[in-house]
Write a protein that binds this ligand. Structure first.
Ligand code: HEC
Length: 264
């Protein structure tokens, strides 16, 4: 009888469906319903179920119909399995992350965050925003570098930077875009970790820890017209290409990026 999806196959399924419908509808068939159904049938170009003779009288083998339904079901399962393969592969990759390297990346990112936030908040309290700008500008890079121990790479990155030294590379940019999308969908994870091979064949754990904007950040990262005049002046003098403004509380601000070398 040819392929399952050819016209005769489609017709078989349609008539099979109509026969089932006929069994359900027929006992309670009244004039109003007959009118409704025939209108629907006309729109959908379906045959009148009452005029279709049963399978046995049309020489259609019921076993063949059943076989076709089974084949369709098996094909659907195979197609689904094929498309879900890449998903399974990425899950497997996630399992391959060495726990010791992941723990190192996590503690490095947390250590840097705590250090910088502690420094920022204590200077904000002691000297106000303009004093804190100076500290941030002069100390943040140096403090960050201090957390890079045992060949571990660590820094802050963002899609909109104030300091050009914090611009993401191609991999970080891709990871930041991924996090920004998840944040938009209200699914921002605690962190992002993946193993990647460099051009020289060495493998590294690439770890990103998202940073979300808080109330206290707005003094220096909110809209320019809401900043203290002295802060605005200091920032525009030090960072003429400053993009890190106009944030609101809860916005995705950037991430701490950590890379841990892995043994071959
Ligand atoms: C007193 C002003 C001030 C406040 C308040 C402040 N920042 Fe910043 N921020 C800066 C300056 C100055 C820089 C650029 C210096 C550097 O870090 O290299 C910066 C840089 C950053 C960077 C690095 C990326 C970039 O744009 O260069 C991130 C991430 C960041 N800030 C996040 C925050 C978060 C989150 C808060 C709130 C918890 C915050 N900042 C509060 C002044 C501030």
């Amino acid at each position: 009888m040819g392929d399952f999806l050819d016209n005769s196959g489609f017709f078989t399924i349609t008539t099979f469906f109509c026969r089932s419908l006929q069994l359900v509808v027929r006992p309670r068939f009244d004039v109003a319903r007959a009118g409704d159904l025939s209108a629907i049938r006309e729109i959908l170009c379906l045959p009148n179920p009452l005029e279709i003779p049963p399978f046995s009288k049309r020489g259609i083998d019921l076993r063949e119909v059943k076989m076709k339904i089974i084949i369709a079901f098996i094909s659907a399962v195979m197609v689904f399995g094929f498309f879900s393969l890449p998903f399974q592969r990425s899950m497997a990759a996630a399992e391959e992350i060495p726990p010791a390297a992941l723990a190192k990346a996590k503690s490095t990112a947390e250590g840097l965050m705590k250090d910088l936030i502690g420094l920022l908040f204590s200077t904000l309290d002691a000297e106000g925003p303009s004093g804190a700008v100076r500290i941030c500008a002069e100390v943040a890079q140096d403090r960050t570098a201090r957390h890079a121990r045992e060949g571990i790479y660590v820094r802050r990155v963002s899609q909109k930077v104030r300091n050009q030294a914090n611009r993401p590379d191609a991999i970080e940019l891709q990871q930041l875009e991924q996090l920004a999308t998840l944040h938009q969908q209200k699914k921002l994870p605690m962190d992002l970790a993946e193993v990647r091979a460099g051009s020289d064949g060495t493998r590294q754990l690439h770890y990103l820890r998202p940073i979300v904007t808080m109330e206290r950040c707005l003094a220096c990262h909110g809209p320019r017209d809401k900043m203290e005049p002295e802060v605005r002046e200091l920032l525009s003098r030090r960072y003429p290409d400053d993009q890190a403004i106009d944030y609101r509380v809860g916005d995705f601000r950037g991430a701490v990026s950590v890379r841990v070398p892995l043994e071959k």
